[in-house]
Design a protein around this ligand. Structure first.
Ligand SMILES: [Zn+2]
Length: 207
């Protein structure tokens, strides 16, 4: 059983499974190209793999983060050959302060922390701030998703100068619509990033 859906062809940009044998990007990415350049995922977000994420996020099973980090590290290593340069800066998708207090930890940071980063890469945990507590993107109509993340993310003013001219990598646990990662990529590109690559543990098979 291929739990990790390794044999599946994916969109180069957003990681969604592709059913066409010729295209390298999905219809959505062709029609409205996202700000990020590539997305690499370890697996599809489906049973039984989803229990790792659910256990981490909602069951406070922090040891799951180490397990997920191991899979994501393999995904990063396997895909370095598809990138023009190794990412120089890795950062997690941040939580808002309010969500951080409720959950007690940021699952994306807990996943990012144990990863042995490729040569030249450093982890900057607080490079991006989330100042607005956004609603679950998957619960929203597509028209409302952009509005939901507008003004939610900022770069840390003390660290933003490090972004200029660099290849940035963003770590997250699950990608669904890609709207959150797109808002972050837009911010990073505006701050001078030359390339933004997402490394995400699991991908839903819908946008
Ligand atoms: Zn796509």
């Amino acid at each position: 059983m291929d739990y990790f859906s390794r044999s599946i062809r994916r969109c180069d940009q957003c990681g969604i499974p592709l059913y066409s044998k010729i295209d390298s990007a999905c219809g959505n990415c062709i029609k409205t190209p996202p700000f990020f350049d590539a997305t690499f995922v370890s697996c599809n977000y489906s049973a039984p793999i989803d229990s790792l994420v659910l256990g981490l996020k909602f069951g406070h099973q922090l040891h799951m983060a180490t397990l997920i980090a191991g899979f994501l590290e393999e995904t990063i290593q396997n895909n370095l050959k598809h990138m023009p340069t190794n990412p120089a800066i890795f950062c997690p998708v941040p939580l808002s302060r309010q969500r951080l207090i409720t959950r007690g930890f940021n699952q994306s940071l807990e996943i990012a922390r144990p990863i042995n980063l490729p040569d030249g890469g450093i982890l900057i945990p607080d490079l991006i701030w989330r100042l607005k507590n956004t609603l679950q993107q998957s619960s929203l109509h597509p028209d409302d998703r952009q509005r939901n993340v507008r003004g939610a993310f900022f770069t840390n003013p003390a660290l933003a100068h490090q972004i200029q001219g660099q290849h940035l990598a963003v770590i997250d646990d699950v990608i669904t619509t890609g709207t959150t990662l797109n808002a972050i990529a837009k911010l990073l590109k505006q701050a001078g990033a030359v390339r933004v690559t997402n490394f995400v543990f699991a991908r839903t098979t819908w946008h």
